[in-house]
Design a protein around this ligand. Sequence first.
Ligand SMILES: Cc1cc2nc3c(=O)[nH]c(=O)nc-3n(C[C@H](O)[C@H](O)[C@H](O)COP(=O)(O)OP(=O)(O)OC[C@H]3O[C@@H](n4cnc5c(N)ncnc54)[C@H](O)[C@@H]3O)c2cc1C
Length: 300
Amino acid sequence: MTVTASDAPAIAHFRFFEMEVLRTRRLGHSFLRVTFGGESLAGFRSGGYDQSLSLFLPPPDREHTVLPSTDEDTWFGAWRAMPDGERPVMRSYTVREQRRTPEGGEEVDIDFVLHGDSSPASFWAGRAVTGRRIMAIGPAVAENKSVRFQPPAATDALFMYADETALPAAAAILDRLPAGARVRAWFEVPHADDRLALSTPADADITWVVREGGAGRERTEHLLDVVRAAELPAAKAPYVWLAGEAGTIRAVRRHFVQERSVDRRAVRFTGYWRLGASEEELLAEAYAGKAPSEDPGSAL
Ligand SMILES: Cc1cc2nc3c(=O)[nH]c(=O)nc-3n(C[C@H](O)[C@H](O)[C@H](O)COP(=O)(O)OP(=O)(O)OC[C@H]3O[C@@H](n4cnc5c(N)ncnc54)[C@H](O)[C@@H]3O)c2cc1C
């Protein structure tokens, strides 16, 4: 019998890590990079691309995250049973980069979008200072199911759309593409100075769409106009990767499948958040079986 990766127990793929803030750096109007370290990261194994992790962030009046259990069988129940006001919030983020330091330690960058103080993760990131400790469930192996970017070997063109929350993932994908890979990408950001400098060995044609204050569904219409107007390179086996606000992602996916005749199986789409819904509300829907998503980590 052949043993495949999916036969391995889930715990081999993910683990709890304690992550300590080492430093922060503003990357653009909306982006704050938080660099984490700590001894616990010795077992952290990021494979790059759009690999994500779950962060547990402390309530506003606490400095560090405390979880009653990090045991694989009991942590979830123990976390859910914590009183409101003490329970850390769980949020999905992307491993933008993992590095080994000259001293042999590990560093992990996470790029947070700062979108206001009334949202727990954005609030926490805006106040992150050196020495603060949070908990995370992150990759213990380079390839686990939190890497959603899985283009087939025959792919001859990659079409990408990301909003600001998925720009860290898109940037990490671009980092690792082979030289000369053909990419047509649209990246949508709130402000002109969120157009971050991206480096890639790929042959990438990137269009930035700056929202400049537009909110709600009209933002999707403008984005669709821009994507519709684009002439795409001819491709026999295109792969489409879409991530961002759930309503926009649904509309862009429909565009590629219905108007560009891309095989729906070649479209990987993930809602990273949904207008008007916190991550708790999205998780509650997923548990109740209401979210029509292909992906448990998705806001679609
Ligand atoms: C796999 C995955 C990877 C992700 N990677 C990243 C990442 O690297 N960086 C990153 O910044 N985000 C990332 N996200 C998105 C992030 O998890 C959500 O934006 C999350 O809702 C932020 O939590 P919060 O506590 O700030 O807001 P919540 O409490 O979850 O939401 C409160 C309110 O804010 C709104 N909201 C949420 N996010 C935004 C936003 N960006 N702009 C405007 N309104 C918003 C919600 O609709 C809701 O009305 C990722 C999501 C997934 C699923």
